[in-house]
Structure formats: structure tokens, C-alpha cells
Design a binder for this molecule. Structure first.
Ligand SMILES: NC(=O)c1ccc[n+]([C@@H]2O[C@H](COP(=O)([O-])OP(=O)(O)OC[C@H]3O[C@@H](n4cnc5c(N)ncnc54)[C@H](OP(=O)(O)O)[C@@H]3O)[C@@H](O)[C@H]2O)c1
Length: 255
């Protein structure tokens, strides 16, 4: 439950070592968020993230094994988190994989596996978390989508399509939760310099995990349902989505 001054006191991160999520929770911890649950696959990385968050001010950082690729386990894993922490203010769904479009285009099984992580796993984990948020009648589920889902490009359409599906799902879930006290905030970052994009040349309007974190925290505080990061991507994509396909193919041609 948020404190008397409205500060977020507890957060669960699904994909607990994500750079964007870590930067976000660092900001929350610096503003009195005391309890953090990091859920992910790699306990060593989660431990390192826990150290960072404790230095930022978090008092309790619990680590939980969570694999997005195992949707059948999600309801139980998340129920256990809630049993240990019966009241969570924020859940950040931050896991995801980018993949290499060129490889994925020639490896149908790997493309389907990416869809399981980014879409099927996210649907299952979101629904499991939403159930508890609805029951406690407050809290924000932050779902990290991407502008890559706004209009799929030839050079990353497998990833883009998983984010398009996730984004549509997240909007519907947010509408479904309307009036329950709980809500969904969809985040659409552009190119962010993180572990996911390490070694890649900057995309247009490239930004940092900390800048996205600032936008996420501001969005939670003002009760936003959708956040673009950086914000100028909103009008840019309003135009890009309306472009006739031949023109889109020219400007978003495969690199
Ligand atoms: N960076 C960008 O340019 C960008 C732009 C738009 C949207 N996004 C989205 O933002 C979110 C966070 O990405 P990021 O930039 O912070 O990248 P990141 O640091 O690489 O974080 C991604 C996290 O997902 C976790 N993950 C992957 N597969 C998993 C699985 N099966 N089960 C559990 N966790 C799993 C990874 O953990 P492991 O260490 O276990 O692999 C990693 O901690 C992602 O959804 C991404 O798609 C990123």
C-alpha cells in the first residue's frame, strides 16, 4: 500500500535483472520503496541487482525463481510471492528477448520460442499478477511493450509482432481492470542502450535505461495508461503508422 505521502512501498519485477526495470526500481527505492521482489532465471544476476537496489535504499529484496518460458508455473510462482507479500503496489513485467531477425527468419522453432517468451509468457504472467492486483483493489501493472510493435519492420518483425500482440493484450487487460482499483500502464520505449541492445548501433532517438525509468516513474505517479519513451515517439509513430506501405518499405528498409 502506498504510504501517506503517496510513495510506492513495494514492487515485484518479472524479469528481475532487466536494465530498464533496475533503473526504475532504483528510482522508486530512492523515494521510500522498501520492499522489492526480483523474479527471474539467473539467481547470480538477480543477486547483483539486489545489491544495487539495497544501495539505492531498498530494505528487503527477495529473489524468486521465475521462467517466462514456463507459463504453466506462473500462477503458482506469483501466488507464492503474494503469500509472502500480501500487498504489492507495482508489478513491472520487464522480461523479453530481442533475437536476431536474420536468424529467426530461417529458424521457425526459434521464432516461435521468442513468441513464447515475449507474448505467451507475458500473457500468462500478467494474468496471474492481475488477479492479485484486482483482489487487493489497487496497484499498477507496468507492461513494457515497444514502439517496435506499433508497426513491424522488415528487420525485426518477429520481435515487433510479439510486442504488437503483447501491447494489444495489455490494453485489453487495462480496460478489463478499469473500475477495480488496479490498473495497467503500457510502456513503449524506442531504442534503449541496455544489455539487450549491447553492440548494436544506436537507433533513431536512442535513449538510456535511466531516462526510460524516469518516464515510467512519472507515468505511474500521474496514473497514465500509456507512456512513450522518449515522449516525442508518440507523434512520430502516429505519422509512421499512417504511411502508405510502399513509402514505409522505403524508409524502414532492411539494413
Ligand atoms: N532495450 C531496448 O531497446 C528496448 C526497447 C523497447 C522495449 N524493450 C523491452 O524492455 C524490456 C526490458 O528490456 P531491457 O532493455 O531492460 O533488456 P535486458 O536488460 O536484457 O532485460 C531483459 C530481461 O529479460 C529476462 N528474460 C529473458 N528471457 C527470460 C525468461 N524466459 N524468463 C525470465 N526472464 C527472462 C532477461 O534475463 P536473463 O538474464 O535470464 O536472460 C533480462 O533480465 C523487455 O521487454 C524489452 O523487450 C527494450
Amino acid at each position: 500500500m502506498q504510504d501517506a505521502l503517496g510513495a510506492i512501498q513495494s514492487v515485484l519485477v518479472l524479469g528481475g535483472a532487466s536494465d530498464i526495470a533496475t533503473a526504475t526500481v532504483e528510482r522508486l527505492a530512492a523515494d521510500r520503496c522498501r520492499t522489492v521482489v526480483l523474479a527471474g532465471r539467473d539467481m547470480t544476476k538477480l543477486g547483483e541487482t539486489a545489491d544495487t537496489l539495497q544501495q539505492a535504499g531498498a530494505e528487503t529484496v527477495d529473489l524468486v525463481h521465475f521462467d517466462a518460458d514456463d507459463p504453466a508455473s506462473h500462477a503458482e510462482v506469483i501466488a507464492k510471492v503474494w503469500a509472502d507479500h500480501p500487498d504489492l503496489d507495482v508489478v513491472i513485467l520487464a522480461f523479453g528477448r530481442l533475437g536476431d531477425q536474420e536468424d529467426l527468419a530461417h529458424d521457425p522453432a526459434s521464432a516461435a520460442s521468442l513468441a513464447v517468451t515475449n507474448y505467451a509468457g507475458a500473457v500468462s504472467a500478467s494474468l496471474a499478477a492481475a488477479e492479485h492486483l484486482r483482489r487487493q483493489a489497487h496497484g499498477t501493472l507496468v507492461i513494457i511493450s515497444s514502439v517496435a510493435g506499433e508497426r513491424a519492420r522488415a528487420d525485426n518483425y518477429v520481435y515487433g509482432s510479439t510486442k504488437a500482440g503483447l501491447d494489444a493484450f495489455a490494453q485489453g487487460l487495462g480496460d478489463d481492470l478499469d473500475g477495480s482499483g488496479a490498473r495497467v500502464m503500457v510502456v513503449r520505449p524506442g531504442f534503449v542502450r541496455t544489455s539487450m541492445t549491447e553492440g548494436m548501433p544506436d537507433g533513431p532517438m536512442a535513449t538510456t535505461a535511466d531516462a526510460v525509468a524516469a518516464d515510467i516513474v512519472a507515468g505511474i505517479r500521474r496514473g497514465a495508461h500509456t507512456v512513450y519513451s522518449p515522449a516525442k515517439l508518440r507523434p512520430v509513430f502516429a505519422v509512421l503508422k499512417a504511411l502508405p506501405r510502399p513509402l514505409w518499405r522505403k524508409i524502414a528498409a532492411r539494413r
